[in-house]
Design a binder for this molecule. Structure first.
Ligand SMILES: [Zn+2]
Length: 429
């Protein structure tokens, strides 16, 4: 048996969804910890109990730091790393001006490898240990991503972005090549180590019905895979979809008609939904992925978090790098709080932390492995310093409870708050 290490500090874990069951399902130990062996969590409890249970174990005492599962980012575009924070456009102009020229570069395997490594190292520095990424149309971009993640031991999900219209020459595949390349990549990577392949049509405007249909067929052949796409991000995008698919009842119907609506579907943004779309998404148990920094940065709109959760939708949280303006899930939690405030709802810190860990893991169907630090799960975790800057420290020093102590870090924290990152129990930062 490999050695057991105890990681001691403050701990926080959930026995339910705090947005549904209330903040009482969060459990806080001011002196808690986890026991890690062979890359997995084998126990969680108070520091005293763990020391009694494992008297021979090595001990890493993180003091007052908060031990949390590594953050889970449910929707990113790693190829947009180098063009994050590009000024002044709305979605369609932004894609044409900034995104597509950058994505053209990823046919070069060397460039793809450089950006994949850069992106994953940035994500780790912000405490994100798992993400679900769009790659580009180039198979090289997918190989680069999974290879770089494997070198770091990370659990990642992603797939080749498929587009066969309304994109520049050189950034289009076809219905057949999208199917063939996606299938080959799926067979190469899905279930290899900690990699999961995700079937990835970018969105209805850049796919013909033939391409959506081909990818729907591929999903039917591999129903255990996730499928990710974008849905109802901006009103002018929705009008464009209506023109391209005149027979569709609504935006979601452009996916539903071609076999791209299901329980393992991930629908990014989902801001301007029709009642029928909400009903169908809930009926099939699909996951909606909220990308709040992107929604404010590109001017898309205000996601209805509380309404969607109350009606039983599954929701994850994501940066949407580089439409999103940050690699940080702390900043993303802050933006989710701000967006909800603009809709008249104050999300509790327990809800924000749940969304960035277990909630996103649930949306990706991997909460049995990461996102909770429950015994048996993979030991991907971080330590957060709840006083990482003078401004945060002077506020958290006044805290009456863990929520007042952690909320200043959610609102004002950045990579300086992330004092340690472990992947499968090995320190990465
Ligand atoms: Zn996106």
């Amino acid at each position: 048996m490999s050695e057991i290490t105890l990681h001691l500090g403050q701990t926080l874990w959930f026995s339910g969804n705090p947005m549904i069951d209330g903040p009482d399902v969060a459990h806080h130990d001011s002196r808690g910890g986890i026991a890690v062996q062979g890359g997995h969590v084998v126990a969680r409890g108070t520091a005293d109990d763990l020391r009694r249970q494992y008297p021979q174990a090595a001990v890493e005492d993180h003091g007052q730091a908060l031990i949390l599962p590594g953050f889970i980012d449910a929707h990113v575009h790693y190829p947009q790393t180098a063009m994050i924070a590009s000024w002044g456009k709305r979605l369609i102009d932004w894609l044409n001006t900034y995104t597509f020229p950058e994505e053209m570069k990823f046919g070069d395997a060397g460039y793809a490898a450089e950006i994949a490594g850069r992106y994953l190292d940035l994500a780790l520095s912000y405490g994100t240990t798992t993400m679900c990424s769009y790659c580009t149309i180039h198979p090289e971009s997918v190989d680069a991503y999974f290879t770089a993640a494997a070198a770091r031991g990370m659990r990642v999900l992603g797939g080749k972005t498929c587009m066969d219209r309304n994109a520049p020459d050189g950034l289009q595949d076809t219905a057949q090549s999208a199917y063939d390349d996606s299938k080959a990549l799926l067979e190469r990577w899905h279930g290899q180590g900690r990699a999961s392949y995700v079937i990835t049509p970018r969105f209805s405007p850049t796919s013909t019905p033939e391409q959506l249909s081909a990818l729907g067929a591929l999903w039917a052949e591999h129903p255990g895979c996730l499928m990710q796409t974008h849905l109802s991000e901006q009103t002018d995008e929705i009008a464009w979809v209506r023109g391209l698919y005149p027979e569709a009842r609504d935006y979601l119907d452009t996916y539903e008609a071609y076999g791209l609506l299901g329980a393992n579907g991930l629908y990014g943004h989902a801001i301007h939904l029709e009642p029928r779309e909400r009903d169908r998404l809930r009926e099939v148990g699909a996951a909606l992925v909220h990308c709040p920094t992107s929604n404010t940065f590109i001017g898309s709109g205000l996601f209805d978090m509380s309404g969607l959760v109350a009606e039983g939708q599954r929701v994850g949280l994501a940066t949407d790098t580089g439409g999103g303006s940050s690699f940080s899930m702390l900043r993303t939690m802050a933006a989710a709080y701000e967006v909800a405030q603009l809709r008249g709802v104050a999300l509790h810190p327990s809800a924000l932390l749940w969304l960035a860990t277990e909630g996103s893991a649930r949306s990706l169907r991997i909460a049995d492995r990461v996102g909770t630090l429950a015994p048996g799960s993979e030991a991907d975790f971080i330590t957060l310093d709840l006083g990482s800057t003078p401004a945060i420290a002077q506020r958290s020093a006044q805290a009456a409870d863990i929520w007042e102590a952690v909320f200043p870090t959610i609102m004002m924290g950045d990579d300086r708050a992330v004092t340690g990152v472990w992947v499968l129990g090995e320190r990465k930062g």
